[in-house]
Write a protein that binds this ligand. Structure first.
Ligand code: PFF
Length: 457
């Protein structure tokens, strides 16, 4: 029996925690979402702001979430309730629970597509691909099939449910330790290949040479959403994961590792996608289909490409799974801790609800006209959920978590938690400044600007 079922349990080791938290952070956000959002928002200028946000907002908020979680040993709702029983702060935890379901519902659709692509590559569906246009047609035809899209969504939800039912540490840690480094290795090989393609240099300069004139406040808004999404912040995932971390571990260094590796993988994914994309003369603002179109076109040309292709989509599916389990874990921990549900009941019912909410997203890349053009042309229900929960909910959540950490529970309480058992709180004054001023003000200005201009999507 896993230790979660007997008690709350702990990660096997500090390394175990870092690998599990990195498993939550590293996923489709890095390899699917980051490149297409960067491509839509000006390339290098976006990347620059993104990195600044990871350091100035992501890292401090992650430290705060981990400290809240470890101190209370609770899910997000329980954590706020334990610290301030009579206050409304638990509503922020509640928003996190809903956000977890919201994100999982569309995330599992894309994750399902990675499984589908793994199978398609093995079946040889891409062996005759000669151009990016052809690869694009294959993707469009694939996602236009409602049975396949919904079926793959179901498969992925079931996979997630099975893992989460078994408890936290054992399975996740064991697999992530082997597979995440392998994903890293494959991405490096692919990046090298992509950079050496003819015509790749245009892609490199799009991706790495910032054109500051392309920066608008919208760029900041997208970069903020992307940073929080990629680091699994703003909905209490790191509160939940922090509740399983040992008092011996240093939260600050753990958080720094997670932020570093997560960003490294995202940057690397861009180095795979953009050089190849420009070499093939494609549009960087291709939207959510981008990696599914670009990657197979790379494999088609590459020696041994199909083996790489199968490998990368398999590992992408695994990376997505270590993220979906963290998404499902938040509502599950909530119903188990706060409503006394059995773990099995919580997991199965949350999985079922997420599947149903996910169906419109599964139909949103061509299978159904209404859902595919839900907001506007080329911006369907999946994009809508992605923006609503993946950008705005997380931004609002992170804003309040920063306020909570900086003012309500307070910098001293967090410091005490971090300094448990002699751990050193590195850069404490800088952290305090960031969490009290930079994080809330920056997030507030960005959200106010978006609300003011109505430029939500
Ligand atoms: N961070 C994950 C990714 O980049 O793929 C997605 C995610 C997981 C977002 C967990 C939020 C979360 F709470």
């Amino acid at each position: 029996m896993s230790n979660l079922e007997t008690s709350r349990g702990n990660w096997g080791s500090k390394f175990g925690f870092i690998i599990a938290a990195a498993g939550s952070a590293i996923g489709l956000g890095n390899i699917w979402r980051f490149p297409y959002v960067a491509g839509e928002n000006g390339g290098a200028a976006f990347v620059l702001i993104y990195i600044i946000f990871v350091v100035l907002i992501g890292l401090p908020v992650m430290i705060a979430e981990l400290a809240i979680g470890r101190n209370t040993e609770k899910n997000p709702v329980g954590a706020f309730k334990k610290l301030f029983p009579q206050s409304l702060w638990k509503a922020i935890g509640g928003l996190g629970v809903i956000t977890g379901i919201g994100i999982l519902s569309f995330y599992a659709v894309i994750a399902g597509y990675t499984v589908g692509y793994f199978i398609k590559i093995i079946l040889g569906d891409f062996s005759a691909v000669e151009s990016a246009a052809q690869s694009g047609q294959i993707f469009a035809a694939f996602t236009a099939n409602p049975y396949i899209s919904i079926g793959l969504l179901l498969v992925f939800i079931i996979l997630t449910v099975l893992v989460v039912m078994g408890g936290v540490s054992a399975g996740i840690e064991r697999w992530s330790k082997i597979l995440m480094p392998l994903l890293f290795l494959l991405l490096i090989i692919l990046a090298i290949y992509s950079i050496t393609l003819e015509g790749a240099s245009k892609g490199l300069s799009f991706y790495l040479k910032p054109d500051l004139s392309k920066i608008t406040l919208t760029t900041f808004a997208r970069a903020l959403g992307q940073a929080l999404f990629s680091l699994s912040l703003g909905m209490g995932t790191m509160i939940t994961y922090g509740s399983y971390i040992s008092k011996r571990d240093n939260l600050v260094t753990s958080a720094a590792y997670v932020c570093f590796f997560d960003t490294l993988i995202a940057i690397l994914a861009g180095l795979v996608i953009f050089p190849a994309l420009f070499a093939m003369g494609m549009d960087p603002a291709g939207g959510p289909g981008l990696v599914f179109v670009v990657l197979p076109s790379i494999f088609a040309k590459m020696p041994g490409g199909m083996i790489f292709g199968a490998g990368i989509f398999l590992l992408l599916a695994v990376a997505a799974l270590t993220s979906t389990i963290s998404l499902l874990e938040v509502p599950v921990a909530y119903f188990v801790d706060e409503h006394g549900w059995s773990r099995k009941k919580a997991v199965v019912s949350m999985g079922a609800i997420t599947f149903i909410i996910g169906i419109p997203s599964a139909l949103a890349l061509g299978a159904n006209h209404f859902f595919s053009t839900f907001i506007k042309e080329n911006f369907g229900f999946l994009d809508f959920m992605n923006a609503l929960f993946g950008n705005y909910s997380l931004s609002i959540g992170a804003f309040f978590i920063a306020i909570f950490a900086g003012y309500k529970w307070g910098v001293n309480a967090i410091s005490r938690e971090i300094q448990e058992q002699g751990s050193v709180f590195y850069f404490r004054p800088i952290w305090a400044f960031l969490i009290r001023f930079i994080c809330p003000i920056a997030i507030f200005v960005i959200l106010a600007y978006i609300a003011w201009t109505g430029n939500y999507f």
